[in-house]
Write a protein that binds this ligand. Structure first.
Ligand SMILES: [Zn+2]
Ligand SMILES: [Zn+2]
Length: 271
């Protein structure tokens, strides 16, 4: 059964897909293979959004752009990027170095602010330090969301879950997101419903309460994007958990606003 497109509460799209160029995908994740797979699944639109964690990876985007230029897909394919909010600087300045043709521009945080600690480097951080870092995280991500050309915030809440498995997306945790969601609404930055969050949350309680986060965002007028965050072909269009979260959060079709502005895009030739 083809997954992803079978859900009537999600658009038939996958707006977050990585390629072999990032160095941690399977070898089959070439740009042509990704597009062929999405066509076979019947997706209407995809976005290729590879990682940029530092200035060296900006050149990788140029390589993907060259490959992209030669293709004639039968579905709409956008060439965007997933840019890390540079942890060396508190203001997300790496975003400004990405040429504005790469859209949607998804921003993400995979490391703690002003450290080299990745989201999975759990044991090295004391609880007290984590609390401080997460306070910083809200300041840091809010500054980044205010930057020009930012379209989507990837997997909100994943870094927060690192406070410990007992954390739940409830009560004061949600309060902390209120200001950020207000800025996202004002800036037109979408909340991404990301399939891989399922595997990154630390506990069943976090999985059971995660939908409260998009529910609050929707209440505050934030729009949504959706993506599998695929690193292998079989993950493309797989959005089972995303669909479930959208259902639990009470999202409607009108809550999704996929990026549709200028940028590198291929559309199917009219027959
Ligand atoms: Zn990745
Ligand atoms: Zn990603």
């Amino acid at each position: 059964m083809l997954s992803g497109i079978g859900f009537d509460n999600l658009p038939a799209v996958d707006m977050h897909i990585h390629t072999v160029h990032c160095g941690h995908c399977t070898a089959e994740m070439t740009v042509p293979n990704i597009i062929r797979r999405a066509e076979q699944l019947g997706l209407k639109q995809i976005a290729i959004t590879d990682h940029v964690w530092n200035d060296q990876q900006l050149a990788m985007l140029d390589v993907i752009e060259q490959e992209f230029g030669a293709l004639e897909p039968q579905i709409t394919v956008r060439l965007g990027a997933e840019v890390d909010v540079d942890p060396r600087h508190a203001d997300g300045r790496l975003i400004e170095q990405v040429r504005p043709c790469f859209r949607p521009l998804i921003i993400a945080t995979h490391a703690y602010p002003q450290t080299t600690l990745m989201w999975y480097d759990d044991g090295q951080v004391s609880r007290r330090t984590k609390r401080l870092l997460l306070k910083k995280w809200f300041r840091w991500i809010t500054a980044a969301v205010r930057r020009e050309n930012v379209d989507v915030l990837a997997h909100p809440g994943v870094l927060l879950s690192r406070e410990g498995p007992e954390l739940r997306f409830e009560a004061e945790i949600l309060d902390r997101f209120t200001d950020l969601f207000g800025v996202m609404r004002a800036q037109g930055v979408a909340f991404e419903i990301n399939e891989q969050v399922k595997y990154k949350l630390l506990s069943q309680e976090q999985q059971d309460t995660y939908h409260n986060l998009p529910a609050l965002a929707a209440e505050l007028g934030v729009k949504f994007s959706v993506g599998s965050d695929s690193h292998e072909l079989a993950q493309i269009g797989q959005l089972d958990w995303a669909s479930e979260i959208a259902r639990r959060a009470g999202l409607q079709a009108a809550d999704f606003r996929l990026y549709s502005g200028p940028g590198l895009v291929k559309r199917p030739a009219k027959s």
